[in-house]
Every structure is written in structure tokens, then in C-alpha cells.
Design a protein around this ligand. Structure first.
Ligand code: MSP
Length: 487
């Protein structure tokens, strides 16, 4: 056990729409890493939240006839509720409209300004509201549409405040090459290095209030608001510093983000921090995109999956017959996304596959093993309170140290298969009738194994972890199974 600090952040989602399974995936992925860090003794600070300013949100509120604040508060509550259902146990849910955040981002701005890295310039460029960023020619099609959002980029002109990103080009290259800024997996390191090689341009960092009022005011120019990404990226700093500056300065830091926003996290944000004289992020875990039935989720295709639909379905079908009760939906969600999708690749969700995997791994796999062992131990073994707490398999630790949650989770299922095989080949239920001592030893062995399995589930399925440990200590078959079959 150590006594280190760990600071973990998810991206903050745009508060213009309710969450989809891609967002939910990021939250459970980050939460599993936080729980692992706690398990090995770290003191953690885990932050998630909402990106509430900018054109996109302002436009959405206007079309709904609401104030921007009303819209972001409503959406924020929906995200918070999702976190609760998924047991995403954050320490702070930051909103970029929080007053402490606004003050801190203004202070950061002034530091960059005083450094000479923020300056005024006349500019004209193609802006995609969906991306909340200017687009180069290669990022637009021949009709001037953004290649990601497929809508026309607006031409924005005028005097703006700019951030001198170009000044940090060499330092960024060095820090990424040397892994001082450690980008995982490495293919994204290569991608960002080749992006740097094309040359980094300074970035427009403000919008005139005549065009957009919904943002944090530029402290040295009340006629402008900050560019939404400047405001949004600073959330990490505000949240950590709001807790204790040690959670920024003396900590192992991790940003969990999707591959579409790597450039902002690997280039803009570290450059802003260098300019302000603050410590840089150390680790950036870049996860893939979650697809719906093999396709990118989009409103036009109508295939966006609301994570609550999955959680509610599993609760409806199974909660009445499971000791997990209403927690089964969230536990299943975590199982599906953490065990079956690699953080390093794109992943896919379909309701059919979800059901197959539920029955195979949870109902027949873990659930069945635990019932079989418990039925025997209840009959033949004494109750026991003290089980091994300190041991973690080497490969499990190695995988989690590398953020490879899927591989670590698979190790737990290897233990399930091994225990099943042990049961089948040794038949303790027969042995015990002819050689009681030997049979009991075998059962004790199995009981220790299922306790270990329960313990190792902690980062992935926290409620299942708790219940398995409890029922084994009780040494009594519970009234209902953990995972009834999904018919
Ligand atoms: N507001 C910005 C992030 C600012 S962080 C300082 C943003 N918001 S977002 O709502 O579009 O995305 C939030 C997170 O969800 C990002 O990490 C993004 O990559 C991730 N995902 C969005 N769609 C996703 C999938 N389909 N699959 C997996 N993750 C996805 O970007």
C-alpha cells in the first residue's frame, strides 16, 4: 500500500443535449480507474462536469425558448442522475458557470496575458459551431462543410484576442516525444506529433460580446468573452485547486478523453499551462468511440442510445429477482462496457449482444459459480470473517497501471473459469462424502477463490463486489441470486 495522490478527470460534456452511451462509457471508464487507485491506497480526487458556455449551447437554449442557464441546469441534472445510476463516484461535479471557476479562469488568462501570450489580432476564419473551433481548409469539404458535423462552417471575422500557441511548438514536441506528457495508446502520440510537424498556428481565444455574450468575460477587455475551449479546459485546474493545490502540483494526474478532442488536451491545454507557469498534465488516456449497432451515433440516423434505456431495461427485467435490486441495471452497464470494450479501440453496443453476454458471463458465469460454491460451503463449512485482503494478481495490477481496464477485468473472468474447472475436475461435492477433510479443504479453496473474485470486481462492479463479500462472510445462500437469467 502506498500513500500517493491521484487526480482523475473526465472531459466535461457540452450541456446542450442529454448524455448518450459514449459519455456514459467515459464516466465508468474513469470511475473504474479511480476505484482501482483507491484500492491500492491512493488518495484520489475525481472530477467530472459540464461545459456550459459557447455558441452551441446558446443557440440550443434559444431554439427551446429557455435561458442558457435554465438549459444547462436541466441538462446538468440529467448527467448527475446518470452518474448516480452508474455509481460514478465523483468528488466534484464542476460546471463552467460556477463562480469559483470563472474567477480562476480569469486569473489564468491574466497570467497568460502578462506573459505576452495573449494578444489582439484581426482575423477571418471558418468556424464550426458543432466543434466550437476554427477549421482549416483540409477539415472542410469542397462546399465548406465541416467533415465531422457535415454543416456549413460560418465565416467569422473581426478583432479577437489570440493565444500564441506557435511559441510552444518545440516544447510541446519535446514533452510529447519524451512522454513527459504521456499519451496512451501510442498511436495517438504519433498522430499528434505529425500534427505538430505541420506547424502550430496561434488560436483565436475570444469572441466579441456583440456576437456572443454567453461566456466568461475577458478580464482585460469587457467587450469580449473567452473562447469556450479556453474556459472549458481550465475546468480541470479550477476543480483541483478548489479542492487543494496539492491535487494539481503533487499528484499523478490523468485526463480521460475521447479521441476527437485530443488536440485540445495534448496541445492547447499544456501550452496554456506552460504560459501560466503551472504544472502540465502527465497522462492522457484517449479512448475510442462507442458506436451504436456498428454506426456512429447521430441524431439524423436516429440511432443515439440513451444509457438510461439500457439501465432501465435491465432493472425492469431483472431487479425483482436479484439481490442487487435496482442496482442491477447500472452494474450491468458497467460490466458490458468495461469487460467487452477496449479503452484503446472503438467499441460497439447492440441490445442483442448485451443480452447474450449478460447470460453467458453474469448469469451462467459468475452468478452460477457463486451459487454452487455457496450452497456447498453453507452445508459443510464454518462461517468465516477473515479473508485475504492484500493480494492482487500481478497481471491485474499491470493492466490497470496501464489503464487497460478490459484486460484486468478479463483476468477476473479467467479466475471464474478456473474455479469452474476446478469444481468440475475435482468434484468436491463427491469427495466430501468419502474424505471429509480433503473435501472441506477443496471447498475452502473455492470459497477463498470466489472471495478473491468478488474483491477484484471492486473497480468494475462496485455493488456486486460489496454483495459477494457480504454473502460469503454470511456463508448463507441468499434468497435471490445475483444474476437471474435474462429470458
Ligand atoms: N465539451 C467538450 C469537452 C471539453 S473538456 C475540457 C466535448 N464535449 S462532448 O460532450 O462532445 O464530449 C464529452 C466526452 O465524451 C469527450 O471526451 C468525447 O470524446 C466523448 N464522446 C463523445 N461521443 C462519444 C462516443 N460516441 N463514444 C465515446 N466517447 C464519446 O467534447
Amino acid at each position: 500500500m502506498n500513500n500517493k495522490r491521484s487526480t482523475i478527470f473526465t472531459a466535461i460534456a457540452y450541456a446542450n443535449a442529454k448524455p448518450h452511451i459514449g459519455h456514459a462509457y467515459e464516466y465508468v471508464l474513469a470511475d473504474s480507474i479511480v476505484r482501482y487507485r483507491k484500492l491500492i491506497g491512493d488518495v484520489t480526487f475525481f472530477c467530472t462536469g459540464m461545459d456550459e458556455h459557447g455558441q452551441k449551447i446558446f443557440n440550443k437554449a434559444a431554439t427551446e425558448g429557455k435561458s442558457a442557464q435554465e438549459l444547462v441546469d436541466e441538462i446538468g441534472d440529467i448527467f448527475k442522475n446518470l452518474d448516480k445510476e452508474l455509481q460514478v463516484d465523483y468528488d466534484r461535479f464542476i460546471k463552467t458557470t460556477d463562480s469559483d471557476h470563472k474567477k480562476i479562469v480569469q486569473d489564468l488568462w491574466m497570467k497568460m496575458y502578462e506573459r505576452g501570450d495573449i494578444f489582439e489580432k484581426e482575423y477571418s476564419g471558418n468556424y464550426c459551431v458543432g466543434c466550437e473551433s476554427y477549421k482549416t481548409k483540409t477539415e472542410l469539404d469542397t462546399d465548406g462543410n465541416c467533415l465531422i458535423h457535415l454543416n456549413k462552417a460560418e465565416i467569422l471575422k473581426g478583432k479577437n484576442w489570440f493565444f500564441r500557441l506557435s511559441k510552444y511548438e518545440n516544447q510541446l514536441r519535446e514533452k510529447i516525444e519524451s512522454d513527459e506528457i504521456n499519451i496512451v495508446p501510442k498511436n495517438f502520440k504519433t498522430e499528434i506529433l505529425s500534427f505538430i510537424d505541420q506547424g502550430l498556428e496561434d488560436i483565436s481565444f475570444s469572441r466579441p460580446k456583440e456576437v456572443l455574450t454567453w461566456g466568461v468575460e475577458v478580464p482585460n477587455d469587457p467587450t469580449h468573452v473567452m473562447y469556450v475551449w479556453c474556459d472549458a479546459l481550465a475546468n480541470y485546474f479550477s476543480a483541483a485547486v478548489g479542492k487543494d493545490k496539492k491535487f494539481w502540483d503533487e499528484t499523478k494526474m490523468l485526463n480521460v478523453i475521447g479521441k476527437d478532442i485530443l488536440r485540445f488536451h495534448a496541445l492547447y491545454w499544456p501550452a496554456m499551462l506552460m504560459s501560466a507557469g503551472e504544472k502540465l498534465p502527465q497522462n492522457i488516456l484517449v479512448h475510442g468511440m462507442i458506436l451504436s449497432n456498428g454506426h456512429k451515433m447521430s441524431k439524423t440516423l436516429g440511432n443515439v442510445i440513451d444509457p438510461m434505456d439500457i439501465i432501465n431495461l435491465y432493472n425492469e427485467k431483472l431487479s425483482a429477482n436479484s439481490i442487487l435490486g435496482e442496482k442491477i441495471g447500472g452494474e450491468f452497464f458497467r460490466y458490458f462496457f468495461l469487460k467487452n470494450i477496449s479503452p484503446f479501440l472503438d467499441g460497439d453496443f447492440t441490445f442483442e449482444r448485451a443480452k447474450e453476454l449478460y447470460n453467458a458471463d453474469l448469469a451462467n458465469g459468475i452468478g452460477n459459480l457463486i451459487s454452487r460454491v455457496l450452497r456447498l460451503s453453507e452445508k459443510y463449512l464454518e462461517k468465516k470473517e477473515n479473508f485475504e485482503q492484500e493480494y492482487f494478481p500481478k497481471e491485474y495490477i499491470e493492466a490497470l497501471e496501464n489503464f487497460d481496464v478490459k484486460t484486468a477485468f478479463e483476468k477476473v473472468f479467467e479466475l471464474v473459469s478456473k474455479a469452474d474447472e476446478y469444481m468440475q475436475s475435482n468434484e468436491p461435492f463427491k469427495v466430501i462424502k468419502v474424505d471429509e477433510m480433503k473435501g472441506k479443504e477443496m471447498l475452502e479453496n473455492l470459497r477463498n477463490q470466489i472471495y478473491l473474485i468478488g474483491r477484484l470486481l471492486n473497480p468494475f462492479m462496485p455493488e456486486t463486489n460489496k454483495l459477494i463479500k457480504e454473502i460469503i462472510k454470511e456463508n448463507k445462500m441468499p434468497e435471490k441470486p445475483l444474476f437471474p437469467r435474462y429470458e
